[in-house]
Ligand binder design. Sequence first.
Ligand code: FAD
Length: 549
Amino acid sequence: MLRLTELRLPLDHTPEALEAAIYERLSLVPGTLERFSVFRRGHDARKRSAIKLVYTLDCVVKDEAAVLASYKAAHPKDSHVALTPDMAWVPPVTYGATLAAKPGFKRPIVIGAGPCGFMAALMLARMGLRPLLLERGKVVRERTVDTFALWRRSELTPESNVQFGEGGAGTFSDGKLYSQVRDPRFLGRQVLKEFVAAGAPEEILYLAHPHIGTFRLVSMVEHIRAEIEAAGGEYRFSTRVDGLEFEHGTRRLRGVRTAQGDVIEADHVVLAVGHSARDTFAMLYENGVEMQAKPFSIGVRIEHPQSVIDTAQFGPSAGNPLLGAAEYRLVHHASNGRGVYSFCMCPGGTVVAATSEEGQVVTNGMSQYSRAERNANSGMVVELRPGEDYPNDPLAGMAFQREWERKAFIAGGENYYAPAQRVGDFLAGRPSTTLGAVVPSYKPGVTPTDLATCLPPFAVEALREALPLFDRKLRGFAMEDAVMTGVETRTSSPLRVPRGQNGQSLNTPGLFPAGEGAGYAGGILSAGIDGIRIAEAVALSMAGRPVEG
Ligand code: FAD
């Protein structure tokens, strides 16, 4: 099969035009294109009056070798036609069931049922290794009820919320499924294929910026659970891991202790707890597991009418169904040395209450598959540096997050309302007393106020500099009535739990740190990719084989 990249066609091209473009690109003789499929479709909207669709296609042609050779001879420096790479995932261990049948076999434990944990468990189950998945939160449908209780009635359940429970942090999200991680083995493709098999729309396999939306994510994680259980895995919900058990006098892990006090023996434990498991991080620290402080960011969510973003990005093509609701990505290096950037943009979505601790306010964003809500929202965040903004100590970033989340709770009125401010007021340095034409979507509600009371001064300064500049790139971005809600503190983990080439903690053999909480992923797709990687490392270790570099 041949892969053609960067095939550009007008937004309104006919279906036949795609085939014609393949014939033209490859100089094919009529009748020699047997079939083709779209591997990726994105768009280039830099010229708004002439937006192009950009395709990557996989083509089956007669006499493939000759076609490729003649193309290369005619275009020796061109890399846009090549053989389609082999993207299949091959399990590193195929005799897991035999291992599992041996006397004394101990099942691997996976802590956390987020995308990293459930992908690790799925792959371990497929390899016959019967993983046990321990999740502090509840099964996804019950978790949904608890999450909505915060949004509707200001009632937080600390063990079952936006961050904790089956499906992990991204379950109530936009479900964006793209990532910028290097992925030479196409593990991301494997994650997407598993998601489609579990009910996600097929288009996630080829859209350049796919998303699933909350509703479908919920049923998808249920399907994945059924798949894991059918392959010999087991889930235990409402089971928080509170301690580690070591072999006598060593740092070799021999199991975990749950909040109920049970000790579960295991020689292989995947730590996929996400970035909000603060009590778990403290427990790891007390147990001497090697950890390091890591940079993250702080800021707010910003909301505009989606129509403003659509027009700014797509001009006369705004509303075209092939383009969908417009996204944006903005970056500015402020003169105080801080990077300011948009984060986790949710077109046609809502801002959500995302705290997992009492007496704190944290914002994030989500959307449904349709992305049809009135507002676009995105994190607008400023980078932080350990050693400068908080001590260079593994747990200090967490303390910093708590401090600002608490200030946001107080500024919001101490009832889980979020502090909010009009952009016009924020730029003018005056508190908001009312809001304008943009109705904030955050539930349970917002309190108009001065966001400078719940953000570090350098972040306020950097945001005030960046917003007018972003308006030059995206007209309307600094509109007076755009609404900012605070605070966005959980952009990524405030710490890293480093691991070696064998996937294991540098000083705690048997512990496999993975996913976002350990600093190895940032988003659903990259967490899923890391879940596959860590499952491979566990399987190889169980089989007594080294991990290849
Ligand atoms: P998590 O998903 O955080 O999962 C960790 C799991 O571990 C949780 O279920 C938790 O309950 C459990 N756990 C924690 N401690 C323990 C313990 N001690 N014992 C047992 N279980 C424990 N990313 C995207 O790519 N696209 C998006 O559109 C997107 N939107 C988001 C919207 C929201 C509202 C939020 C909160 C996040 C969003 N993200 C998005 C980020 C994404 O969700 C995370 O990057 C991803 O979920 C990380 O996966 P993970 O498996 O590493 O950790």
